[in-house]
Design a protein. Structure first.
Length: 224
């Protein structure tokens, strides 16, 4: 298993080129403006589990923003005002029960060593969420990526929109939305990098994603 901080630091430092990382940051800015801002209020406490390079939490607008990741580089790239906790996502003991309004995670759960660990993360997310709080979970959908899912060395758990939705419900959440096809798989490669194209894609969902969507998006609410 790749899970030690040094392993993560080495792996992710070489995964994307500087140009790809810059485009990822820009895409997340657009994603926030066009979509995710509707689910996070300026007064909310927001935690990004498996925050990585902090592309989401850096652009989010919330009263308190928390990034959790084992990678030591997360603290280096976090924007001013973002609290960084270098720890496993199964241990959010620095937070009280019901202290958080929104839990966000993207392209993280598939990197955990087992489905048991996925369930542990979901249960811990539920614990820290207030009743009625929101869980937002994104990830590559193995149903539409059978030939590419394992191209990343640290993909360990096969997940689809259906399997994760089951785990979310069994962990005490109520499903609000499940998008089997949300975003394309990756920013890697030499495709066009135009803001207007990303905005146009998001504004025509779910039509545009029927062809290009390879990642799921699940929005769920913590039951009381």
């Amino acid at each position: 298993m790749i899970g030690r901080p040094k392993d993560l630091q080495t792996l992710y430092a070489n995964r994307f080129t500087p140009e790809e990382m810059a485009w990822k940051r820009r895409v997340w800015q657009i994603l926030w403006e066009e979509l995710f801002s509707r689910w996070v209020r300026p007064t909310d406490v927001l935690i990004d589990i498996g925050a990585g390079a902090c592309e989401f939490v850096n652009v989010a607008c919330a009263a308190r923003r928390i990034a959790v990741d084992l990678n030591p580089d997360t603290a280096r790239v976090a924007a001013p005002g973002v609290e960084v906790q270098q720890r496993a996502a199964t241990d959010l003991s620095f937070l009280r029960d019901g202290e958080v309004d929104v839990v966000f995670t993207s392209n993280f759960l598939e990197h955990l060593p087992s489905k048991d660990e996925v369930e542990r993360v979901l249960r811990e997310a539920r614990r820290v969420l207030r009743p009625g709080g929101t869980l937002l979970a994104m990830g590559p959908n193995i149903r539409f990526l059978a030939s590419h899912y394992w191209d990343y060395f640290d993909h360990l758990v096969p997940l689809s929109d259906r399997s994760l939705a089951e785990a979310v419900v069994s962990s005490g959440f109520q499903l609000a939305e499940v998008w089997p096809r949300f975003l394309p798989y990756s920013v890697k490669g030499g495709g066009p990098r135009w803001d207007w194209l990303v905005r146009g894609y998001l504004r025509t969902l779910p039509i545009a994603s029927r062809v290009l969507g390879r990642q799921f998006l699940i929005r769920a609410v913590r039951e009381g």
